[in-house]
Every structure is written in structure tokens, then in C-alpha cells.
Design a protein around this ligand. Structure first.
Ligand SMILES: Nc1nc2c(ncn2[C@@H]2O[C@H](COP(=O)(O)OP(=O)(O)OP(=O)(O)O)[C@@H](O)[C@H]2O)c(=O)[nH]1
Ligand SMILES: [Mg+2]
Length: 499
């Protein structure tokens, strides 16, 4: 029924269910309800069911009304529910006290307009600094998920780095991922209403979504849907400085998006028989896909050219015979700070994830006029999809040249051990597990010295502070024999700076 009481749709069901028609989507009326209320009967006198409330939310109806009917078919009580304006409770639906239908004596139009005004007011009341994106974070723990807390903390860091304000989090614990929505139908309902109540621009999922899940969720939620990999790619895009870096990120973004492009009419593709694939039956989606694929090929060619030039540079370095030290490690561990400390340079550092995207190389002078090239590269993170890693292969080639890896870990992070493990796993995936590695436990200026020493011993690393310079001599001391193995056989000492 419409606002002014006209009957717009009539649905006939059986004792168990009615099928709601496919209402057209509400567009443009942000903050407004659909302007339709659904009035239906329950033949066995039940109250509003969970499904009723889910439909109310997903269809954003003005109200869901159920008239309970007695055995003679006569109306008993009418119960109704509406969506709830945003408030501290976090509740999304309000169910009102049932009344006999004859006792309803309020002006529906006045009531629903007042409710909409309270909605709009609640949305305006939510303030966020500056021009930041406003997001709802969805956390899904699958089965017994011991890493859930860590992952959550990391998602918040990623969001902060991307400049997104988290307005609220919606959590769910389930045994398996739902193939349609990742979360269950009830959670999706809560999410739809929360996103709308809070006027969220984005809904961020703390794990990756399949193309089908993105499509189904997009059908229900008006906000933009972002999964973990997309969020990481967004950060990469914000941080890429060089032309190569930008091309790599763009390529990775397109590869990630290609299977996720949403559209209708895919069944048309078999009808497309035109020359050059551009048949009469080609849908808009296919045109889009083809454009993306063409663009991917162009980017790949451009990157190949850059990569050849890089190759020449690397070959030159090889001819000079300088050993290469690659700094690797989890993102935000302090790799760039360590490069700066070791080589007295000034590459960009920041308390952000993926502050560094483009590799840089500097010279480090060891005693006796021996030079070493030190390179700093993009940081690692757990569960990075292989596609994404592949996009950075050419940057990672720098690591391939390394004689020794300096593996930097953030000793302050409670998850330091799992970080070290994911870095080693990524290195294994890149076929780099065999390189000699020196583990550096960084940021020890913030730890009690005995604690730092114990941690370094238990993990087999060197405790340092790249920020204050504490422990840098120890790094040089340990590096000497790794970088100049022939010299160390001759018994030369590599202690630098009097260590
Ligand atoms: N307290 C303390 N902070 C440090 C130390 N080393 C680095 N930091 C801080 O940690 C943050 C990250 O440092 P970066 O050097 O940018 O870290 P990164 O590993 O290069 O990070 P990405 O390039 O983003 O992967 C910065 O805020 C640094 O100031 C340290 O020894 N002690
Ligand atoms: Mg860095």
C-alpha cells in the first residue's frame, strides 16, 4: 500500500508463505523509505517472523504489518514494525505493541514522515572529521578463528591508512562462509539498515569476497562494497610514486576487478557472433570487460619496457660486483627507517601500512672502502592474494638479486611472530627462502632491555632501534661475514664504528 493508502501490489500466498514481487529499487531518495507498506495475514496467529523483519529491512519498507487471523478467518490483532532511526542502541528494527485493527487511529502519513525526519536527523548527528570516507566494517570469524583479533586490528590499521573512518562494526561468527553474502541473511539485513542509518559511503569486509558475493551484496546495499584486497589496493594506489609503481597498481586493480565487474545479460554472449568478437549480441558488460582486458595488455607492455630498463641497471650493478642487501619485512616494521639509518638517507617513512611502494637503493659503506647496495621495498602482509603479489613481481625482482636479506620485524607488535612467519611464507612463495637472512627486531627503544634481549634470543635475531640507532653496530657486525664471506674466511673483522 502506498503512502496515501492506494493498493499498489496484491500478493496471494498459502498458509506458509507469500512471495514478494521484485519491487523496483529506490533511487535518489537517500534517507527515505520506500513509500510502501506491506500488510499481510498470518493464518495461525503468529507474530511477525524473522523473515518479515528481514524483508522490512532489505526492501526498506515504510512498515511491515501482520494481521493475525482466527480460525473463522476474522482479524484478531495487528502487529507492525518499522526501521529504527540511528541511536546508541545499534538496534535496526522496532516492533510495536499489537492492537486490534479497529483500534488503529493514527494518521499514517504524519507518523511515517515524522519517522523519516528522525532518521535524517540521526544521520546528520554522526560527525566525522574532514572529507573522510565513512565506513561500516564487517568482521566474519569462520569456525574457531584464533587469528580473528589480529586480523581485526590490522583491518582497522588498513582503514586508518586509507583515510576511512569506521562508524560501526558488524560481527558474525559462523562455521562456514555463506556463498551468497559471506554472512547470513539476518546479518545482511542488519548491515543494510546500519549502513543506511549511519549514511555509510562504504562497507568494508575483513576478508575477500567472491565475484558472486559482491554481486549479491551490491544488490542489497547501496554503499560501495570493498573487500580486504581492494582496500589494500586502494592504499597502494594512494602511495605509488613512480610511474612503474602506478602502472603496477593499476594493473593489479584491473586484474582484481575484471572478474568482479557486475552486469546483466551474460547469457547473451553465446549469441554474439560478429567479426572480431564484436557481435550484435554483445552486452555492455562484455564491452566493459573487453576494454579492461585491452587496457591490461597495454599496461603489461608498458611494464615490460620499464622492466627491461631496470634489467639493464641491475646488470650494470652486477658488473660493478657490489653485494646487495635487501630489506624485507612486514609492512610498517621500520624497513625504510632502517635504510635511512644505515645509509644516512631520507626516504619517506610513516606510521602507515604500505608507506613504501616503490623500491629504492642506497649505498652503504663498510669499513675498508667496501660498498654494499641496500634496497628497501614494499612491505608484506598476511593473506595477500597471489594475483596481487604477481603485480609487484618486478619490484620484488630487486630482492632476487640480494646476497643477503635483512628481515625487519616490529618487536612491539603483539603478533610479531606470526608476522615473521607470513614474511617467510611470502619469501618461500617467491622462491627466495634460500637466501641468507638476518632477523632484526626493531623498535626495541620502546621495550625494556632485558625483554628485548630475551625476545631477540628466542627468535634468533638482533634487537635494534632504527629510530635511535641502538644496535646498528650489531647489525653491521653480523652482516660482515654474510656479505663478504671470502673476507671473513681470512679472519678479517667487520666491526664497524667501534663495536
Ligand atoms: N619507536 C620506534 N619507532 C620506529 C622505529 N623504526 C621505525 N619506527 C616507526 O615505525 C613507523 C614505520 O616506519 P617505516 O620505516 O615507514 O616502516 P616500513 O617498514 O618502511 O613501512 P612500510 O613501507 O609502510 O611497509 C614510523 O612511524 C617510524 O617512525 C624504532 O626503532 N622505534
Ligand atoms: Mg617503508
Amino acid at each position: 500500500m502506498s503512502r496515501n493508502g492506494d493498493v499498489e501490489y496484491v500478493m496471494v500466498g498459502d498458509a506458509l508463505r507469500i512471495q514478494l514481487p521484485d519491487f523496483k529499487r529506490v533511487r535518489g531518495g537517500t534517507g527515505r523509505f520506500r513509500g510502501l507498506r506491506c500488510i499481510h495475514t498470518h493464518l495461525r496467529g503468529e507474530s511477525l517472523t524473522r523473515d518479515d523483519l528481514t524483508d522490512l529491512a532489505l526492501l526498506r519498507l515504510d512498515a511491515m504489518v501482520v494481521i493475525q487471523v482466527d480460525e473463522a478467518g476474522l482479524p484478531e490483532l495487528a502487529e507492525y514494525a518499522s526501521l529504527r532511526p540511528p541511536d546508541a542502541s545499534g538496534e535496526t528494527v522496532e516492533v510495536y505493541t499489537p492492537l486490534p485493527p479497529s483500534r488503529f487511529d493514527f494518521d499514517f502519513l504524519e507518523w511515517i514522515e515524522a519517522l523519516e525526519d528522525r532518521f535524517a536527523e540521526g544521520q546528520r548527528g554522526i560527525h566525522v572529521d574532514g572529507a573522510q570516507d565513512r565506513a561500516i566494517l564487517v568482521e566474519v570469524a569462520l569456525g574457531p578463528d584464533p587469528g580473528a583479533e589480529e586480523r581485526l586490528a590490522e583491518m582497522r590499521e588498513l582503514a586508518r591508512t586509507a583515510g576511512v573512518a569506521i562508524l560501526d562494526t558488524v560481527r558474525q561468527q559462523r562455521t562456514r562462509a555463506d556463498p551468497r553474502y559471506l554472512v547470513g541473511r539476518g546479518k545482511i539485513q542488519e548491515l543494510v539498515v546500519r549502513a543506511w542509518q549511519l549514511g555509510a559511503d562504504l562497507v568494508i569486509f575483513d576478508r575477500d569476497l567472491t565475484p558472486a558475493q559482491i554481486r549479491h551484496i551490491t544488490d542489497l546495499v547501496e554503499s560501495r562494497i570493498v573487500d580486504r584486497s581492494q582496500l589494500i589496493l586502494d592504499i597502494f594506489a594512494q602511495h605509488a610514486q613512480t610511474r612503474e609503481g602506478r602502472l603496477q597498481v593499476e594493473l593489479a586493480q584491473l586484474r582484481y576487478r575484471l572478474p568482479r565487474l557486475v552486469g546483466r545479460g551474460e547469457s547473451m554472449s553465446r549469441l554474439a557472433g560478429g567479426i572480431g568478437g564484436r557481435g550484435p549480441g554483445e552486452t555492455k558488460l562484455e564491452v566493459d570487460r573487453r576494454r579492461v582486458r585491452d587496457h591490461i595488455r597495454r599496461l603489461e607492455r608498458a611494464l615490460a619496457t620499464i622492466s627491461r630498463r631496470r634489467e639493464t641497471r641491475r646488470a650494470k650493478r652486477k658488473r660493478e660486483g657490489l653485494p646487495v642487501l635487501s630489506i624485507v619485512g612486514y609492512t610498517n616494521a621500520g624497513k625504510s627507517t632502517l635504510l635511512n639509518r644505515l645509509t644516512r638517507s631520507k626516504v619517506h617513512t610513516a606510521d602507515q601500512l604500505f608507506a613504501t611502494l616503490d623500491s629504492s637503493s642506497r649505498r652503504l659503506r663498510f669499513p675498508r672502502e667496501r660498498d654494499v647496495i641496500v634496497t628497501d621495498t614494499v612491505g608484506f602482509i598476511r593473506d595477500l592474494p597471489p594475483d596481487l603479489v604477481a603485480g609487484f613481481r618486478s619490484t620484488l625482482e630487486e630482492i632476487q638479486d640480494a646476497n643477503v636479506l635483512l628481515h625487519v620485524a616490529d618487536a612491539l607488535n603483539p603478533s610479531v611472530e606470526s608476522h615473521i612467519e607470513s614474511v617467510r611464507e611470502t619469501l618461500r612463495g617467491l622462491g627466495l627462502a634460500e637466501k641468507p637472512e638476518l632477523l632484526i627486531l626493531n623498535k626495541c627503544d620502546q621495550l625494556d632491555p632485558t625483554e628485548a634481549k630475551a625476545l631477540a634470543e628466542s627468535l634468533g635475531g638482533v634487537a635494534v632501534s632504527a629510530l635511535t640507532g641502538d644496535g646498528i653496530e650489531a647489525i653491521l657486525y653480523c652482516l660482515g661475514p654474510l656479505v663478504f664471506p671470502e673476507a671473513s674466511r681470512l679472519g678479517t673483522s667487520f666491526a664497524a664504528g667501534g663495536a
